[in-house]
Design a binder for this molecule. Sequence first.
Ligand SMILES: Nc1ncnc2c1ncn2[C@@H]1O[C@H](COP(=O)(O)OP(=O)(O)OP(=O)(O)O)[C@@H](O)[C@H]1O
Ligand SMILES: [Mg+2]
Length: 451
Amino acid sequence: MAQVEKRATILVVDDEHGVRQSFYMVLKDEFTVLLAGSGKEAIDIFSKNAVDLILLDILLPDIDGIDLLERLKEMDPNTEIVMVTAVKEIQTAVKAIKLGAYEYIIKPFVVDEVITVIRRALEKYSLVKEVTYLRHELERRQPFEEMVGVHENMKDIFELISTVSQSNGTVLIQGESGTGKELVARAIHRLSSRKDHPFVVISCAAIPATLMESEIFGHNKGAFTGAVSTVMGKLEIAHRGIVFLDDIDSLDNNMQGKLLRVIQEKEFERLGSTKVIKVDVRFIAASNKDLEERISKGEFREDLFYRLNVLPMKLPPLRERRDDVPLLLNHFLELHSKGGSIPAKRFSQEAINILMKYDWPGNVRELENLVERLCTLCKEPVIQLKDIPMFTMTRTEIKDLPLREAVKSFEKQYVGAVLESVNWNRTRAAEILGVHRNTLAAKLHDLGLKM
Ligand SMILES: Nc1ncnc2c1ncn2[C@@H]1O[C@H](COP(=O)(O)OP(=O)(O)OP(=O)(O)O)[C@@H](O)[C@H]1O
Ligand SMILES: [Mg+2]
């Protein structure tokens, strides 16, 4: 679906009717233009509308231009302000730049110059937004992009991803923990027309309820104790992109209601502000809980569920698609040995057989973690049955193992886990295990644990 480019909104503040009108004529074709004849009117309009840039006359009858600049910047530091000044006021204009104005233009203005300055200023605004977004993305551990699967269920999922990515409807992805919900959401984003715009994650379970509202909607300086500066919310950052509402079931009833409103109206206000901000975002929600059951218990709003469930996707647990296990094992072996000092490895057939029978309660994530651990723990190029942790085995499989092998296997897993937990600090590990450092060193050698 083609996207309509949102026009930037410019507020022109000038007490001279003639000047306002000439700006209006020059700008109206490219921008949405709002006009204010006084400082008071400017504040009023600015507090109620989403404005991307302000053209501000330095000499106003009611408020000093510099004071007004400071007030407007305080209301929203992200809006760029260009001062409009007469030649004799240039000193003041320079002061304004120091206080955060983007640029000044001199009256009588040259049309081309005005347009160029405005375009540059608006570009800066979108760059700031992008930097905020990139910073937020960097803080998250990036999952691997590639999705693998050969099971029929997964083929259906791949097909669904490509269909769904071409529409603009809200998606609800349900599936047990570790089945790949976030990976699917990112794949939809990558394949959609929104791919060049942000994919913003809101982790509903990770953020305390008290901070949730500000996380989603942002807040103005002074909106609550501790709000020392104005902060853009995730919805604003995601403009024209996708908002991924992870663990949506964790939202409390109050936030569920607020979110429903945003999904319906695509507009909201920052905390501590009455200004309506319009956004163009697509929502993808995910949950590992049974939402229908939550609805019947009165814990999840039915109206929100139907709003989200426009395009439903259910990811099957790994135990229902065991054919994918060998493929995933090799996929992660390759990923974890790539680029590192670890030489390429493979699994023995026996080891694969055991892992195909295991139920994987943590699904693909559990499998990925196990492969990563085996990559660090195993010295030899082939990962054997004895390297596989015993918890993955059934009683019959365990019976086949001689006691000496079983003890060694357990020791290896246990010592390995302790070492991992202390970042491979041998002294700390020896303390925890209650053995001398030299004993630990010998043990590591004996178990074939690499350091
Ligand atoms: N089909 C797949 N192919 C390759 N990697 C996968 C696949 N499914 C999941 N993964 C990987 O498994 C890990 C877990 O996936 P993801 O974070 O998407 O799960 P989730 O369903 O969001 O889990 P949770 O409910 O715990 O948040 C990620 O590292 C992801 O890259
Ligand atoms: Mg997830």
